[in-house]
Design a protein. Structure first.
Length: 220
């Protein structure tokens, strides 16, 4: 692939030729199969991954065993938690799993540290991406703490459908997405069903009235 991948990331294309050459020569393109754990609690990051394709789901598990999806890393992005751990020289506190097959550029820690110290343009790229993602993370915290469950569930159903009519997810998986209990999700899905907005089968939710769900998803 050479250095073509640099053009996919806003901010890297403006790097000087010598910095671009360093990134290309000392980084590598890696492929991760769907379902593989990329990082987890107690592990230290070895690389900063810049996603070329696929999706990585980052989730946290509480001491009580409840899980919540913090965010997803999509193509053209890097992981805010990895960036934070690299900057602070700390271990991960959450788990990242390849939700699909993933292709990414791995920038080794030594290269990351070197460029952060010596390249203003690279620092700007890292901190700009970090600030955007940390804002997304704070939005998740705000939604979990203060958001209405009907609004959040409708938003997630519409998002997970990706334009299709069906969402393939269990009540527990949706609860993990929203950081709540399965019983809470089940009650709200029953209410959506009562209103004629969805029908349910085992592991599948059909969006029968997408317009109504989108209306709820857009409310505050």
């Amino acid at each position: 692939m050479g250095g073509d991948w640099i053009e996919r990331f806003e901010g890297l294309s403006s790097l000087s030729a010598d910095i671009r050459d360093t990134l290309v020569a000392r980084s590598m393109v890696v492929n991760v199969p769907a379902g593989q754990v990329i990082f987890g609690p107690g592990r230290s990051p070895d690389n900063l991954l810049l996603l070329l394709s696929g999706t990585v789901r980052v989730h946290h598990t509480s001491e009580s065993g409840r899980e919540i999806v913090l965010y997803r890393v999509e193509a053209g992005q890097c992981c805010v938690l990895t960036t934070a751990c690299l900057l602070a020289h700390e271990d991960y506190t959450a788990e990242g799993v390849a939700e699909t097959d993933v292709e990414a550029v791995a920038i080794p820690r030594a290269v990351f540290d070197e460029l952060m110290a010596g390249s203003n343009a690279f620092r700007t790229f890292v901190f700009t991406a970090y600030s955007r993602r940390i804002t997304d993370l704070f939005r998740v915290i705000d939604e979990v703490a203060f958001g209405r469950i009907d609004v959040r569930l409708a938003q997630r159903l519409v998002a997970l459908a990706r334009g299709a009519r069906e969402v393939h997810a269990t009540h527990q998986q949706l609860a993990t997405e929203l950081g709540t209990a399965r019983e809470v999700v089940s009650r709200q899905l029953q209410e959506f069903h009562r209103r004629g907005w969805i029908t349910q089968a085992r592991g599948v939710i059909c969006l029968d009235d997408r317009e109504s769900l989108e209306h709820v998803a857009a409310s505050h």
